[in-house]
Design a protein around this ligand. Sequence first.
Ligand code: UTP
Length: 294
Amino acid sequence: MKKVTKAVIPAAGLGTRFLPATKALPKEMLPIIDTPNIHYIVKEAVEAGITDILIIVSHAKEPIEDYFDVNYELETRLKETGKLKQAEEIREIANMANIFYVRQKEPKGLGDAIGYARSFASGEPIAVLLGDDLIDDKERPAIGELIEAYEQTGGTILGCRRVPKELLRKYGVVKPTAKAEGKVFEVMDMVEKPKDPSLAPSDIAVLGRYVLPPEIFDVIARTPKGVGGEVQLTDAIKLSLEKRKCYACLFTGERYDIGDKFGYIKATLDFALRRDDLRENVLDYLRRINEENR
Ligand code: UTP
């Protein structure tokens, strides 16, 4: 089986939940303190052994390309003023991985976006990481756990976590086989965004990480438009169940939905509390707010 060394990051969505900021700034560039969230996504992929990354962009996403490029002028300035560590840090960003870009012509859905990766994948399996889902990989990169599951099973892999029942309506929810147990188990079906918890086949939601087999592109090409008139990745994966087994992989890291405003605030606070330069001040401030709002 071919090793998974290629990853796709779809970043061509409109980001309407973060308007007005996303009118001019790609959602993926919103910083968690001082680092754009797409940096964490690329880092997760690289730590899992990915060497080549395709970012699916739209016309308004140049800041992403600039971020992963070399910035000679800034580097020179930093060096001239003795800020050598910072100069080195910004140079390292440009060397993280081989990064390629392709433009999705119109935002016609996640499935449609992934379809643009066909020639990049060139017959190989791909890891997919959605920028909305930031996974704190204290122990190990979540996508690495999925790649391991792919190597063990050879099936389509969905990155999953159990979520509270009242939140299931926001996600794709999997229907595991009757004998499902452990961390990786087979999935028989999926329900996209169940309107009511009683319609959800489990409490296990798909959260922004996938390993997709090479034939996914043929399947996407014959997937009819679904919800919102868009080509949905969930629909393509469901179609592919006829030929290829599909597995849920319960990854271990904490996950933040940073496409959602409260999820974004939680990620910012948690990341701040982990930093020596911020922890004490942030804690003091939180205690003060807590007192004032009693
Ligand atoms: P979302 O639906 O969460 O992202 O898509 P969005 O459309 O940008 O956000 P809102 O809901 O309007 O705020 C999940 C992922 O798929 C990408 C998005 O960039 C995001 O990373 N996507 C979505 C595309 O690349 N193309 C699309 O046509 C749709």
